[in-house]
Design a binder for this molecule. Structure first.
Ligand code: ZN
Length: 343
């Protein structure tokens, strides 16, 4: 499942967005036999878990590819809840497809097909096995045999022996693929406790080798100042005593995807519109107009107030640095869901 996208820098909301689905040629199938592995509690070994840690850096350039991380998170949730990561396709398909649709990049791939991709291909990363030898990407054989997947035996044994390790793995995967506004929702959706996971100690191998990028502590206040301490989309400007309340500095291109702490990558947004922007329900075009996704729906007057944002022009004060087209284009390609409402 590959999606051909407009070249970097080209604004997808101004040019016509192009999606072409290509089939990946079938390749060899990795399979594994489950066995028992003895692991000393609290002592992570390097081999199996290094493979799990490597998934957090799994990228295709600028493109988001959260399919495999979402499957690993789903299996971690199942392991925490039931003591085993074993996941039959009949249960994995609707759940995983739902996760990919809600939290993944925009795509026209069918739901079952989007789930079959990580369910079969995660085998190649050495952390996942299936109980039947099936080809890559094909939904038919998965459904016909109700194929079950689970963590490779040594990975499962190490995770089971150390819940702390499992939480650290979940935290690293979720934070390397999603912004802070979305990570707790992803964890809840896979059955993990966000408070426990996000406070986990990092004990994964390689953690010290790949230091996290440092955030600029002055960036938030600089962005809020540049946008008059009000939501750039709706104008909300609440204060408690003398401090802004409910207003965030939002990255247009996500920090986890090399989005810089720069003024041309920041918007002041109220917490509601920040979350809707990070989930792709709201977007921006290169004319600096707010877009509302046609996927977003609401019934009440308060919910439907979001529709009124569609087409609204940002009105920065003179001299404010506005979001760069490259960052707006990234958000449009990788985050914004579906098509915008008709004007
Ligand atoms: Zn707002």
């Amino acid at each position: 499942m590959f999606i051909h996208r407009p070249p970097p820098g080209e604004c997808p909301h101004l040019s016509r967005r192009v999606h072409v689905e290509l089939r990946i040629p079938q390749s060899g199938v990795l399979d594994g036999k489950l066995g028992s592995v003895e692991v000393e509690p609290g002592k992570p070994s390097s081999g199996a878990l290094a493979r799990l840690a490597a998934l957090r850096q799994h990228r295709r350039g600028e493109q988001r590819s959260p399919h495999k991380p979402l499957l690993v998170l789903l299996a971690l949730g199942r392991l925490a809840a039931t003591g085993t990561s074993q996941l039959p396709w009949s249960e994995a398909e609707p759940t995983l497809a739902g996760l990919i649709a809600e939290f993944g990049p925009p795509s026209r791939t069918g739901r079952a097909q989007s789930a079959a991709y990580p369910f079969t291909r995660l085998r190649a990363d050495g952390v996942w096995v299936l109980d039947q030898d099936v080809p890559m990407d094909l939904v038919g054989p998965l459904a016909a045999g109700n194929v079950s997947g689970r963590f490779e035996a040594s990975v499962e044994a190490e995770l089971r022996a150390s819940p702390e390790l499992a939480r650290a793995a979940a935290r690293d995967l979720v934070l390397s693929n999603f912004p802070d506004t979305v990570a707790p929702d992803v964890l809840e959706a896979v059955g993990l406790d966000p408070a426990m996971v996000l406070n986990a100690v990092d004990v994964l191998p390689g953690a010290a080798v790949v230091p996290a990028r440092r955030r600029d502590p002055a960036w938030r206040s600089a962005v809020l100042l540049a946008w008059d301490r009000q939501c750039a989309f709706c104008g909300y400007d609440g204060q408690l005593a003398a401090a802004s309340v409910g207003i965030d500095a939002a990255h247009v291109r996500w920090f986890a995807f090399d989005g810089p702490d720069a003024l041309d990558n920041g918007l002041a947004l109220c917490v509601l519109h920040h979350k809707l922007f990070d989930l792709g329900a709201l977007g921006l075009n290169c004319r600096l107009q707010v877009l509302v996704s046609a996927v977003f729906t609401a019934r009440t007057e308060a919910g439907r107030a979001v529709y009124a944002l569609h087409g609204r022009n940002l009105t920065p004060r003179p001299g404010t640095v506005v979001p760069a087209e490259a960052h707006i284009s990234w958000h449009a390609r990788e985050v914004f869901k579906g098509e915008p409402l008709r004007a």
